[in-house]
Write a protein that binds this ligand. Structure first.
Ligand SMILES: [Zn+2]
Length: 256
């Protein structure tokens, strides 16, 4: 069964109508999965699924402090279990839980986790009607108990507007994603690139500057290639979490 269908089946079987993350522990109990949290002594590992002596154990690294990330890790490990992935032990790293992973089983576990925690039937209607901004991201991440990053990527999957998301850490881009409508048209700075000095993102990172909405920005600050054949303007909305050195940037393209 494909991961998305398996997640939907579980949501039906457990009659989940709101916040699927709240049902994770009940599901573990139902399937006799032992759940525990452990200090891995290594911040690179997020969690594990272990099958030993007829028992199934899901472990999450206590090093993860963010409730949303804990839920994503739990759902990801439940994905390995529900999808009957073969193997006695899955040790899942930070990279394995990212969309950019190339490992087929990790991709499947992530697809399962995304559909389980943020079901299309609940998220799509909100994504289509709500503004693509930090208020919507906050509402979704709070209501569904996921991290802001997981929430914003999921909203973008269904949003009909022309947007890009760029996540950076310590001034270097670590995540980037565009809406379906921009595929093949506009290319933006990518992972590994440095934040442009003229970007609002850089301002937010190095000063107390705080944005409360989209502001016009020179497209050259973020766009590396325009293959659309049309002129456009660009707006940026960035928010920094300076304790982690991270900035989340939303970019809006308006074709002229
Ligand atoms: Zn995994």
């Amino acid at each position: 069964m494909i991961p998305v269908e398996k997640a939907r089946q579980l949501i039906r079987d457990f009659s989940i109508a709101t916040t699927p993350a709240l049902s994770l522990n009940q599901i573990f109990e139902q399937y006799n999965i032992i759940y525990d949290e452990m200090d891995y002594g290594n911040t690179n590992y997020m969690g594990s699924l272990i099958r030993a002596e007829g028992k199934t154990i899901i472990l999450v690294n206590t090093d993860i402090k963010n409730a949303g990330r804990i839920n994503f890790t739990k759902a990801h490990e439940l994905g390995h279990f529900s999808l009957n992935h073969k193997g006695e032990q899955f040790e899942c790293s930070r990279t394995d839980l990212m969309d950019s992973t190339r490992k087929p089983l990790e991709i499947e576990a992530n697809q399962f986790a995304k559909e389980f925690l943020l079901p299309e039937q609940m998220i799509k209607p909100i994504s289509i009607s709500a503004p693509f901004d930090f208020d919507t991201i906050k509402v979704i991440s709070n209501e569904f108990m996921v991290s802001k990053l997981v929430a914003v990527f999921r909203i973008l999957e269904f949003h009909l507007g022309n947007y890009a998301i760029i996540g950076s850490k310590d001034g270097i881009i670590v995540h980037h994603r565009i809406s379906k409508s921009l595929v093949g048209k506009i290319k933006f700075s990518k992972s590994g690139d440095s934040l442009h000095n003229n970007s609002f993102a850089k301002q937010c990172l190095i000063s107390n500057f705080r944005m409360t909405g989209y502001e016009s920005i020179d497209p050259n600050t973020w766009v590396t290639r325009n293959k659309s054949g049309s002129a456009f303007t660009l707006k940026e909305y960035s928010r920094a979490d300076k304790s982690f050195g991270s900035v989340l940037t939303l970019l809006k393209v308006d074709f002229l």
